[in-house]
Design a protein around this ligand. Structure first.
Ligand code: SAM
Length: 347
């Protein structure tokens, strides 16, 4: 253990464990990963709470006050009792001392579902937290949450949640808009560089474009969609950005994009769930990949989130020789099975 390190837990989109582990080591100091589960990582770092709160690829992050492994989590109450008895509450003050934090609640989660415990046990936990950290219990919309989280694999921790403190509300998303955490991971996967010309040919609301523009260096971003309303909205939003061009187009025929002019494609093609879409996905993906091969520079990267893995595999086979598949991640997006492919354009 590095002196002065704290123990943290971050949750993330299932399927991205390896990437999240690498990203933590890039963003935080002296990271030691203690346990990596699907969608959850327990680690130590000497970085302060504020740096962990800023991680854009984590769904939630916690300062851990006690973590243990149990052979079974069938009986919740003895585990909660034991974690609490052995926890040191004092470090939680680094989170709860923020001036917007006055009220709290306790959440007990077993296998990703909230569970109830003996009211006397809960009351005892609440009383001690309230007294020691000078907070007031508020079970609806509190400023901060203390979590007991028990995972099927046996990892159990008690910690204070560091995300969405005080009046910070959880962000609202438009239908089909990708969440910030996923956009950030897809951008990271594209190995961002300030020299990049980046293309998102299915930009929709522009979530990927905005994430790349505001959180990574970039030379120019080309974005477009076939839907004129979405295009007009994004054009308005980005009117002052000189290094972003937004156009209406069919992504299978990008007339305004020159051959071999793009360094990175980061995109989320249609999934077939909206507007009664009836798409021959194998054909659609094949035409799309052929166009991506034309506009990408040799060696350029494409990071593509797809909802139809089988049809994408067929399209990739049809384009064999144009792309080298580098990575494939199987992920869950809004409860739906999906995959992320990272491809390199061959010369
Ligand atoms: C899954 S959504 C992308 C959502 C986007 N990532 C976001 O966060 O808002 C796919 C988008 O592709 C667009 N689209 C469908 N077919 C297209 C085509 N042939 N060419 C360009 N855009 C197309 C749809 O209008 C939709 O906005």
């Amino acid at each position: 253990m590095v002196d002065g390190s704290r123990q943290y837990v971050s949750t993330f989109i299932a399927g991205f464990g390896e990437m999240v582990s690498d990203a933590l080591k890039q963003k935080l100091a002296n990271v030691v990963v203690e346990t990596l589960l699907d969608g959850l990582i327990l680690y130590r770092s000497t970085s302060p709470v504020g740096d962990v709160q800023k991680l854009r690829f984590a769904n939630n992050s916690f300062l851990s006050l006690r973590a243990e492994t149990h052979p079974t989590i069938d009986r919740v109450e003895p585990i909660v009792r034991r974690l609490f008895e052995r926890a040191d509450l004092a470090p939680a003050a680094t989170v709860t001392a923020a001036k917007q934090v006055r009220t709290f609640r306790v959440i007990i989660s077993k296998e990703n579902a909230t569970v109830a415990v003996d009211p006397a046990l809960l009351a005892g936990v609440e009383k001690k937290i309230a007294h020691q950290l000078k907070l007031t219990v508020r079970r609806a919309l509190p400023d901060v949450e203390f979590w007991f989280l028990l995972r099927r694999e046996g990892l159990c921790f008690f910690g204070v949640r560091m995300t969405a403190l005080g009046k910070q509300r959880t962000r609202k998303y438009a239908p089909g808009e990708l969440r910030q955490e996923l956009c950030h991971l897809l951008c990271l996967l594209s190995e961002p560089s300030g020299k990049d010309v980046v293309l998102d040919p299915f930009c929709g609301s522009g979530a990927l474009v905005l994430e790349r523009l505001h959180n990574f260096p970039v030379r120019h971003i080309l974005a477009g969609d076939e839907d004129p309303t979405l295009v007009a909205t994004l054009q308005r939003k980005l009117a002052r950005q000189r290094n972003v061009t937004v156009a209406q187009w069919d992504a299978r025929a990008l007339m305004t994009v020159a051959a071999s002019s793009v360094d990175k494609i980061i995109t989320d093609p249609p999934w077939g769930f909206f507007k009664g879409e009836t798409i021959d996905f194998a054909l659609f993906y094949t035409e799309m990949l052929a166009e991506f091969a034309r506009v990408l520079k040799p060696g350029g990267l494409a990071v593509i989130l797809v909802g139809r893995k089988d049809e994408f595999a067929q399209a990739l086979a049809a384009l064999a020789g144009r792309f080298e598949p580098l990575k494939e991640y199987h992920v869950l997006v809004s409860g739906k099975k999906a995959a992320v492919y990272k491809l390199r354009r061959l010369t």
